[in-house]
Design a protein around this ligand. Structure first.
Ligand SMILES: [Zn+2]
Ligand SMILES: [Zn+2]
Length: 325
C-alpha cells in the first residue's frame, strides 16, 4: 500500500493505516516535540497496518526510541488493536480511559452469556433465523491484541510531551470512555471517532451499556463546541475546520432520527428490532453486520426517549415493547 503520511502542522503528522472493512482507513496521528513523540490511536494488529506504520515512522523521522507515549481515544479495534505490539517494542507509556478498559473485555473470546441472548430476544432480534451467530471476538481475533493502559486518563488531565501539553477531554457516547485530545496552544483537536466529517459515529445501546449513551453523546457534542478549535483531526475522513458546525449537523441528524422513531411508534408499540427495520430500512435477510448495529443504534434512541419521558417500555416475559407515553 502507498504510504500516506502528511505533516498537517509543524510536528503533527497524519498517518493513514489500512482497515479490512469500511471505513477502509483509520487516521492515526504522530505528535513530535523535540525528540519525543506521541502516537494517537494504533490501527489494527495486522501485517499490512504494521508495515504502513513502520514506513510512516521512517518518513516522519521518528526513531524506535523516540515514541514515548501512546494515547488511545477509545477501545475499538482500529484505535487500540495494535497497542500491545507498539507499546512493547517501543517501551512507550500507554494511556486510555478506564471505562474503555472495561469495554475491551467484550472482545475477549468467551461463550456468549445467557443475558446477552436474552437481551437480543427481548428486543425482538429473530435469533432463530441465524444459523451461526458470530461473536465479535471471532471476527477480530488476531487483529485485536491489546495491552492494558499504564496510565488511566480522565477529563481535564494533561499529558506533557516535551514542550507540548495534550489536554484530555472526556466525550462519552460513541464509547463510554471515549476521549478527544486538545492542543490548546495549537488550537487543534484530535477527535477520534467523536466528530467525523462525512459519517455519523455509531452510538449503540447494547448489553453492558451505560443507561443513556445517546444522551451522553449529544452532551459531548455540545461539550466540544465550547473549545476554541482551528483544526479538527478525525480518525476517519479528511481533516476539517468548523467543529461547531459539524457538531450541530450531527445533533440535528439524531433529532431527525428521534422524530422518525416517534412517528413509527405513533402507529403501534413495537420492539426495538421492528423500529430499526423501519427506520433503517432492512429486512431479516439483510447482513447481520447491518442488522445488529442498526438495532443497537435504534435502542440508543429509544432509551434516550425513555429517559426524556417521551417513550415507555413494557417488558413481558417474551418481549420488550416501546410505546409513546
Ligand atoms: Zn470507534
Ligand atoms: Zn474508528
Amino acid at each position: 500500500m502507498e504510504t500516506k503520511v502528511r505533516e498537517v502542522l509543524p510536528g503533527i503528522f497524519l498517518v493513514h493505516l489500512p482497515l479490512p472493512m469500511r471505513p477502509t482507513i483509520v487516521n492515526v496521528y504522530l505528535l513530535r516535540s523535540g525528540d519525543e513523540w506521541a502516537l494517537i490511536d494504533t490501527g489494527l494488529n495486522s501485517p499490512e497496518s504494521h508495515a504502513a506504520f513502520d514506513e510512516a515512522l521512517r518518513e516522519a523521522g521518528c526513531g524506535r526510541d523516540g515514541l514515548r507515549k501512546i494515547i488511545c481515544t477509545h477501545h475499538h479495534p482500529d484505535h487500540y488493536g495494535s497497542s500491545k505490539a507498539y507499546a512493547e517494542r517501543t517501551g512507550a507509556t500507554l494511556y486510555m480511559h478506564p471505562a474503555e478498559v472495561e469495554r475491551a473485555q467484550t472482545f475477549v473470546p468467551t461463550e456468549r452469556p445467557r443475558e446477552v441472548i436474552d437481551f437480543f430476544l427481548t428486543h425482538g432480534i429473530p435469533l432463530h433465523r441465524f444459523v451461526h451467530l458470530p461473536r465479535q471476538s471471532d471476527f477480530w481475533a488476531g487483529l485485536y491484541v491489546t495491552k492494558p493502559p499504564d496510565v488511566l486518563i480522565g477529563d481535564g488531565d494533561r499529558i506533557e510531551l516535551g514542550e507540548r501539553t495534550i489536554e484530555v477531554v472526556w466525550t462519552p457516547g460513541h464509547a463510554p470512555g471515549h476521549c478527544v485530545l486538545y492542543l490548546r496552544r495549537e488550537r487543534v483537536m484530535i477527535v477520534g471517532d467523536h466528530l467525523l466529517p462525512k459519517i455519523t459515529p455509531h452510538v449503540g445501546y447494547m448489553p453492558g451499556s451505560v443507561p443513556d449513551p445517546l444522551g451522553d453523546f449529544l452532551d459531548s457534542q455540545r461539550k466540544v463546541q465550547e473549545f476554541d478549535v482551528e483544526l479538527v483531526l478525525p480518525a476517519h475522513g479528511g481533516i476539517f475546520a468548523d467543529h461547531r458546525h459539524r457538531a450541530n449537523q450531527i445533533i440535528q441528524h439524531h433529532q431527525s432520527r428521534l422524530q422518525e422513531m416517534i412517528d413509527i411508534l405513533r402507529r403501534q408499540p413495537r420492539t426495538a428490532y421492528d423500529v430499526a427495520r423501519q427506520a433503517f430500512g432492512f429486512d431479516s435477510d439483510s447482513p447481520l453486520t447491518y442488522q445488529f448495529p442498526a438495532t443497537f443504534e435504534t435502542l440508543a434512541h429509544l432509551e434516550y426517549l425513555r429517559h426524556q419521558g417521551r417513550v415507555a417500555s413494557d417488558v413481558s416475559e417474551e418481549k420488550t415493547l416501546y410505546r409513546l407515553c
